[in-house]
Design a protein around this ligand. Structure first.
Ligand code: URA
Length: 435
């Protein structure tokens, strides 16, 4: 067996055997197969795909390149949620305390943000003192005690994925559905998750740009989890517009707390009720969605979910006083208000453009090693369908760097908006639910 034969076979659309897949994955993980051959292989998979057996084998091999947590029977009420990433996506931080308040256990390993897409870990790290690197024993004790914990992704899980992703990132092969699915599922199965709700985001602010590809990815994820003996639901959701009113780490923490106090913007409300509801069903706490949504409402109204979030902060060393005093969160040095020079109903707010502005002002990272400014961010008071008068506030940008070219940021911000003369319906947030 040699790597070139395997690359050619895949290039020509043939089916790889389990042995060939094992040879290739172990070869590139231990350094025997060089990056240029891995790149060619990734491109061949991008064009020719995998059938179900190949995808399962490839994912299994990826899992076996790192640590594996085996779930036990007493982990039946453990659930996990995974978002494919978006702009202003703070949903995990709202949903996790809600389901923990319902008696489910949700130990979460989350990633850092990259490019225009924000990361849950960065948002949490904006809370003074919050530690995302606690050791395994303390983490397990925390989950036993309060049902919720959120830490950074371990480098030891599915090690092959890290190497392969680094190559995909620079070879135009990130957007391959089998490679995305095996990347996500290998880390989920290796970390012991078996009951998972996926939020598959589609739109200009997501890496899946169209609904058809989003639905294909959702089906692939659900089927692959099934192959590993797990249960999952994938909700395909709208990521054309930024979620909520805030983008940027500490600003999004404020929005999370406001949501848990019952002040949910319409788009976030719809996603939170759907995703929490699906988690309650998959975790055995509700029989159907209407029942699940009533439970979610109760946990928000009686502040039990907010209290879980407070506990989460305290267990992980953070200052929970931020819940009542937002001034304790990192504050930007400057802010600038942008007023509308148009009158009309907002018909589009381009999530990708807003995400790119958040990158430029320091709220996100271009490379994995970049430092971020937790206080930087964007406030957008209006949503799709809202009426705006000339001169009314369209947005506020929070920043601390002196060397930003503000005019170009303001131009970019304005170019994210489109207006209509006529009133509009609220956008559809949930395109499909796949189980
Ligand atoms: N998220 C992942 O973990 N892997 C991918 O390939 C894409 C998104």
């Amino acid at each position: 067996m040699n790597p070139v034969e395997i690359i050619i076979k895949k290039r020509d659309g043939q089916i790889l055997t389990a042995k060939e897949i094992q040879y290739f994955v172990s070869g590139f993980t231990n350094g025997d197969i060089p990056d240029y051959q891995v790149s060619a292989f990734a491109m061949a998979v991008y064009f020719k795909g995998f059938n179900d057996d190949e995808l399962y084998q490839f994912t299994k091999e990826m899992i076996e390149t790192g640590d594996i947590v085996t779930p036990s029977d007493n982990m039946k009420n453990y659930v996990d949620k995974h978002s494919t990433g978006g702009v202003g996506d703070k949903i995990t931080l709202i949903v996790s305390p809600i389901v923990a308040a319902c008696g489910l256990k949700i130990p979460k390993m989350s990633g850092k943000g990259l490019s225009f897409s924000g990361g849950t870990i960065d948002k949490l790290e904006s809370i003074p003192g919050f530690n995302v690197n606690i050791n395994r024993d303390d983490f397990q004790k925390q989950i036993k005690d309060i049902g919720i914990g959120i830490i950074g992704q371990s480098d030891n899980l599915a090690k092959a994925d890290k190497q392969l992703y680094a190559i995909r990132d620079v070879t135009g092969t990130v957007e391959s559905i089998p490679l995305i699915a095996s990347s996500i599922v290998s880390k989920k199965i290796a970390s012991g998750s078996k009951n998972i709700v996926f939020d598959v985001k589609v739109g200009v602010g997501a890496f899946m740009k169209d609904i058809k590809s989003g639905i294909t990815l959702a089906n692939t994820l659900v089927d692959l989890i099934k192959d590993f003996g797990g249960k999952s639901v994938a909700v395909v959701t709208n990521m054309n517009y930024p979620l909520g009113h805030y983008v940027g780490n500490s600003l999004e923490i404020i929005e999370v707390v406001e949501c848990l106090k019952g002040n949910l913007p319409k788009d976030i409300e719809e996603l939170v009720y759907e995703l929490s509801g699906q988690l309650l069903i998959i975790g055995g706490k509700a029989n159907n969605l209407p029942q699940a949504k009533l439970i979610v409402k109760e946990k928000i109204d009686n502040l039990e979910a907010l209290n879980k979030f407070k506990k989460l902060i305290e267990y992980q060393g953070g200052d929970s006083n931020i819940i009542n005093d937002y001034n304790l969160l990192p504050q930007s040095k400057y802010n600038i208000e942008i007023k509308s020079d148009t009158e009309g109903y907002i018909s589009f707010i381009n999530a990708e453009k807003i995400g790119m502005i958040s990158l430029r002002i320091g709220a996100g990272r271009i490379n994995k090693v970049d430092k971020i400014d937790y206080s930087a961010g964007i406030f957008i008071p209006k949503k799709i369908g809202d009426k705006v008068e000339k001169g009314e506030l369209l947005g506020k940008i929070y920043y601390s760097s002196n060397d930003l070219i503000l005019d170009s940021i303001i131009d970019k911000f304005n170019s994210a908006f489109e207006f209509s003369e006529n009133p509009l319906n609220e956008p559809v947030m949930i395109f499909s639910v796949i189980r």
